[in-house]
Design a binder for this molecule. Sequence first.
Ligand code: ASP
Length: 441
Amino acid sequence: MTTIVAKFGGSSVSDANAIRQVAAILAANPARRFVVSSAPGKRHGDDVKVTDLLYQLYALRKADYTATLTAIRARFIDIATDLGVSASSLDFDTEFDAIEEQLVTNPSRAYLASRGEYLQCKLIAAFLGWEFIDAAEVIRFSKSGELLAVQTDEALARRLRGVERAVIPGFYGAAADGSIKTFSRGGSDVTGALVARVVDASTYENWTDVPGIMMADPRIVDQPRTIERLSYTALRELTYLGASVLHEDAITPVRERGIPINIRNTFDPQAMGTWVQTSMPVADPSDPAIIGLAGKQGYTTITLRKPQWSGMPGVSGTLFDILGQANLVLDLALTSIDGWTVAVSTEAFAPVRHQVMGQIKTALEPATIEIENGLSLLGVVSSGACSETILTGQVSAALSDDGIEILSIFRWGDLHLITVNSSQYQQAVRALYGALVAGRA
Ligand code: ASP
């Protein structure tokens, strides 16, 4: 039997109408047998996500939390009433008593945050008449909050055996002692991917409120096109570079099994969305089509120089050790004659700057050190099948024709990584989109 795992994000389940839309999507294809859902998201621009309300509740645990708890309860009662699911059949009184009791006697941030997905999925399961499976039973974490992949696979496989249809909450699981743990924000995507892997789904559908993955940031480029198809690698590159698509950890479980991910719009279910898959259609090598653009702002560069440094072994090892011990991730490292430049996140560098600079001075004794803020990384991801030489030329030309200073540019497989001043970042994105996407139609 073909099985599709359908994960719905917070905006796809933010109120009763949205959930009715979800039910219609499920009814349209009986292969959609397993649903993973987020907690109710925003219903409109000024609304607050239930997960954020739950974090607020935790923050207020020693203060007056009543209004927040009432607001959370009201969200669920409203949805249940509108869907015609009786609050008593869901045992909301007992559930909310338990939440308040924990809040007062034994507050756990993760437990409270998880209640959004837990209650939501109980509600959706009751509405659909499907089985509810508590993620605490099947998603296994270590005591310190790391996902235990093997134990999770085993627990999920055992529990799902023979189950026809089920609704499983995203975002959380439990450690062996029963304590609730969560993934980082957006983690329901990870739960969906873990379920898809275990049931060997034909597709992992990820339903959102956007048409798919955009070719560029819609806050910078007006109405960018949607990417129709891309590889897992290209998706990881775009995600790493800041495109907000899927939780980063959601890609590996499905990629390992070659399960395609289909990102779809709950409110436009006829549209095909974006497909993420292993095999890509063969592209014309003379046609340097790009997949998408993404980038990150807020970098600091550290440049060290010392005469006669080049050719001296061990400098890079020492430098990388110092940065690594300070928990800094290197997003760029360049070396040339007698010098090194590394780029790190400005936010991450600020609190450890003093310690790092002290260690660099003692261990490496550089002749000069320059620290510069205000750098951005910009990535152009191509299909990998085209002539990268043509693309390199086009990227450089698009930027320089627009008066943008290229601080560095290099190619890593099908990714071109360019550094520009943050003051020119948005202009650079628009210039590249204009030349490499809009200008080609
Ligand atoms: N509800 C959680 C969040 O807001 C997890 C999720 O939606 O994936 O981050």
